[in-house]
Design a protein around this ligand. Structure first.
Ligand code: CA2
Length: 147
C-alpha cells in the first residue's frame, strides 16, 4: 500500500503509562507507537498526538486524499466533539476508533462516543495491543475494494 495509515491520538495520551495502570496498563505512548509500526510489515504509519482539538481536526482534513485509513483514539473528545465527528465524516476511507480501556464498563459519561458514528470499526478494552489490531484492521479494510 502506497498511502500511509494515520494514527491520531487525542488529549492527555502523551501521559500514558504515568497513572491509572489498572485502567490503561503501563505502556507509554512511545510503546504504542512501536506496536503500531510493527503491526503490518511495510506499512507506512504516520503517528501523532495532540492536546489541541483544532489541530486534530486539521490532521483529519490533511488525511483526506493522503491517508489510506485513519486509526484514532480521540480520548475525551470522543464524548464531546461534534466538530471532530463532522471532520471524520469527510474522510472517504476506513476509520478505526480505538480505546485502550473498555469504555462501556466505565462511568456513564464514557459510554456514548460521537466518533463511533463515523467509525468503520471500534476497538475498546484490548489495552495497548488494541492499537496493533486497529492498524491491521485499517490496512486490511483499505486494501479491500469497495463493493
Ligand atoms: O481508553 C482509552 O483509550 C480512552 O480513550 C482514554 C481517555 C479516556 O477519556 C477515554 O474514556 C478512554 C483518557 C486518556 C487519558 O490519558 C492517560 C494519561 C495518563 C495515564 C493514563 C491515561
Amino acid at each position: 500500500m502506497d498511502k500511509p495509515v494515520f494514527v491520531l491520538n487525542g488529549p492527555n495520551l502523551n501521559r500514558l503509562g504515568t497513572r491509572e495502570p489498572h485502567i490503561y496498563g503501563t505502556a507509554t505512548l512511545a510503546d504504542v507507537e512501536a506496536l503500531c509500526r510493527a503491526a503490518v510489515p511495510g506499512l507506512a504509519v504516520d503517528f501523532r498526538q495532540t492536546n489541541h482539538e483544532g489541530e486534530l481536526i486539521e490532521w483529519v482534513h490533511e488525511a483526506i486524499g493522503v491517508a489510506a485509513a485513519i486509526v484514532i483514539n480521540p480520548a475525551a473528545w470522543s464524548f464531546t466533539s461534534l466538530a471532530l465527528l463532522d471532520a471524520l465524516k469527510m474522510f472517504p476511507g476506513p476509520i478505526v476508533e480505538i480505546h485502550i480501556s473498555n469504555i462501556h464498563r466505565r462511568e456513564a459519561h464514557y459510554h456514548h462516543s460521537y466518533v463511533s458514528l463515523a467509525a468503520t470499526v471500534v476497538i475498546a478494552g484490548l489495552g495497548a495491543e488494541g492499537y496493533a489490531a486497529a492498524v491491521k484492521a485499517a490496512a486490511a479494510l483499505a486494501a479491500t475494494p469497495k463493493a
